[in-house]
Design a protein around this ligand. Sequence first.
Ligand SMILES: [Zn+2]
Length: 159
Amino acid sequence: MSDPVDPVASAYLNSAVALAVENVARGGGPFGAVVVTAEGRIYGGTNRVTADNDPTAHAEVVAIRRACAELGTFDLTGSTLYASCEPCPLCVAASLWARVDAIVFAADRHDADRAGFDDTRFHEHFDGVAPAIPITAGSADDPLAPFAAWAEHPGRIDY
Ligand SMILES: [Zn+2]
């Protein structure tokens, strides 16, 4: 069914999941991501849609922006993006523009759907489009932890 668990990938995915859980505690959306460069530099991002009133401030985009800003480049060739949840079409496109080599995710679009997000609907818009980079499911310890935290957070702002 799937490749043997890659412990390095799992560690980065667990970091992305942990960022997502922390973000919920701060009142943000239940999504986190880390960009890992070829040299092993790590740049995290969390969803800031409601915090910034920016519908494009997805965790993956925030992580890409941070990596580029701190590295002083717009080209992340050689990097891998680890996301707490399967990236939406916006984030896949951002990864392509950033020249990210590959994307690995923890929870999937259906998990996001069950948590109340529109991911499946947006994915369906692009169904049949072959991804230009590898986008694969990885193994995290608790991929649904961000959504569980989200469901229990009394102050969440649905979006
Ligand atoms: Zn996205």
